[in-house]
Design a protein around this ligand. Sequence first.
Ligand SMILES: [Zn+2]
Length: 84
Amino acid sequence: MTVRAELYCYFCGHGLGEVLVPARTRRPSVEQLRAAYAAAGRESPTWSAADQPLCPRCGGQLFLERFDHEVVRPAERRALKRAS
Ligand SMILES: [Zn+2]
């Protein structure tokens, strides 16, 4: 099971892009998001001492823009990696 998640800043409108999180639950955990953004090799959120994701541009709190269950087939997963 893979969940698509995107962190988005409501203060400045900056989105950090979508990551795929291997998750059993509908909502990915902070640890899973952190690992997913690190593994994606793209811009990562700034993590506060309380493990809250913060916007790297304005420092505002990031929100999980959308999340849904998504079964990703191997071909799709490769395509996403190539594109990023
Ligand atoms: Zn921001």
